[in-house]
Design a protein around this ligand. Structure first.
Ligand code: HSE
Length: 437
């Protein structure tokens, strides 16, 4: 049997501890699958004394993860520290420079420095595996990088943040407040260290940036993503969506258009009958549309220790099975030096349907004024719903418009016009509708 694969793990939080536990509990099975043992020989974390529910006494302890990356007797460096700079970036760079394979779950690091790190890995002839960085336990990187060779992708979109999907699902099903749902997501270990990264869409954006590169063979362009989170979504939106046959999901979407590639993260109305609308709770889903395969939808657990550990262990096992000259190809599907520049499509040219919720004074001419603003901007309406707002004597109405396909520029102009007309009593709400099967 080949020599054991020696693994060093930096970061022993929820995911790191789960990885160590799975490698220990499944050692015999992994040896049979990989043809060699996988042994954790070194670890590093902030607090040495914490009980993590797994025996790490056989592994050498390093206080400094960079020292572990450079000096430990390891073949694979597993980075589970997180963050796009600081210790995570330094130790991944050090491990690659020292010619070690790297496995990471760090989407923020890859979204910012992935191409540069891939160049080093490819030059050194080592693997940089990152399945756990996107959609937790779903093997979407493997699918896009290996199983879809030759396909041209037209659109990739998905629910990429378990915390947001968990919050939206519970808000809808149980009528709970946003804050209560977020607290539970944090307690269950789904949320990022700073949960604003979840709810404001940054975490989804990091994952989307990686998928975009794999889909279109372009350099990662995480700064060119249109970003809106879910903190403005109210029970009124959730109820109105339901009445009109839609459900609200935070989607990341990358789409090829005539003017370039659109990358956007925003709350989205998807038809209630669509498959992606049935993806609930912490579950993630990724839909990929290609010329050869057609439409593919992968769904599964997107966050949490075990789901993420499953992807990390899969990446380590791939390294155990690989041998020089027989690896799974470039880090982002094409050699890092050959990734094309990213050509951004402007958000104002985005074409699609829109949901517009307006709270207006209940007086003569308001409806006509709204209709005129829509017509002036060439916006055709698919449906219009009007509600009385409560019974507290305030003469307000809610008007909900669903448009046929139009452009972002037209909707922004029309809504600005309605706002200037002075009929609104609250901020207008605009939510894009996504075509989904
Ligand atoms: N905070 C992330 C989520 C964890 O909620 O999906 C997985 O990246």
């Amino acid at each position: 049997m080949a020599e054991a694969l020696r693994v060093g793990i930096a970061g022993l939080g929820t995911v790191g501890a789960s990885v160590a536990r799975v490698l220990r509990d499944k050692a015999a099975e992994l040896t049979r699958q990989c043809g060699r043992e996988i042994v954790v020989t070194a670890v590093s974390a902030r607090d040495r004394s914490r009980d993590r529910g797994v025996d790490l006494s056989g592994a050498k302890w390093f206080d400094d993860p960079i020292e572990l990356a450079e000096k430990a007797d390891i073949d694979v460096f597993v980075e589970l520290i997180g963050g796009d700079e600081g210790a995570a970036r330094s130790c991944v760079s050090a491990a690659l420079a020292a010619g070690r394979h790297v496995v990471t779950a760090n989407k923020a690091l890859l979204a910012k420095h992935g191409v540069a790190l891939a160049e080093v890995a490819e030059k050194k002839g080592v693997l940089l595996n990152y399945e756990a960085a996107v959609a937790g336990g779903i093997p979407v990187i493997k699918t896009m990088r290996e199983a879809m060779a030759g396909n041209s992708v037209n659109r990739v979109f998905g629910i990429l943040n378990g915390t947001c999907n968990y919050i939206l699902t519970r808000m809808e099903a149980e009528g709970l407040t946003f804050e209560a749902c977020l607290k539970d997501a944090q307690r269950l270990g789904y949320a990022e260290a700073d949960p604003t990264f979840d709810i404001e869409g940054n975490d989804t954006a990091h994952k989307l940036a990686i998928l975009t590169s794999l889909a279109f063979g372009t350099r990662i362009a995480s700064d060119d993503i249109y970003l809106e989170g879910i903190s403005n979504i109210t029970q009124a939106d959730i109820r109105a969506a339901g009445e009109l046959g839609y459900r609200i999901k935070l989607l990341g979407v990358a789409q090829r258009t005539e003017s370039g590639i659109e990358q956007r993260v925003h709350p989205t109305m998807v038809p209630t009958a669509s498959v992606i609308a049935q993806v609930h709770g912490v579950t993630n889903a990724v839909a990929i549309e290609t010329d050869i395969l057609g439409e593919l939808l992968l769904s599964g657990p997107g966050a949490g220790g075990n789901a993420t550990a499953s992807a990390v262990v899969g990446d380590i096992a791939d390294i155990a099975k690989s041998r020089p000259g027989f690896q799974h190809g470039p880090v982002f599907g094409r050699p890092a030096k050959e990734l094309r520049p990213y050509k951004k499509a402007q958000m104002r040219s985005h074409a699609g349907g829109y949901f517009i919720r307006l709270t207006v004074h209940d007086r003569t001419g308001v409806f006509a004024a709204i209709a005129k603003r829509m017509a002036d901007n060439d916006i055709s309406l698919e449906s219009i719903v009007q509600h009385a707002n409560g019974s507290d004597g305030v003469s307000e109405k809610t008007v909900i418009l669903v448009t046929h396909e139009t452009t972002e520029a037209a909707v922004r102009k029309a809504v600005d016009g309605v706002t200037k007309d002075g009929h609104l009593t609250d901020k207008p709400q605009v939510i894009r509708i996504e075509r989904a099967g």
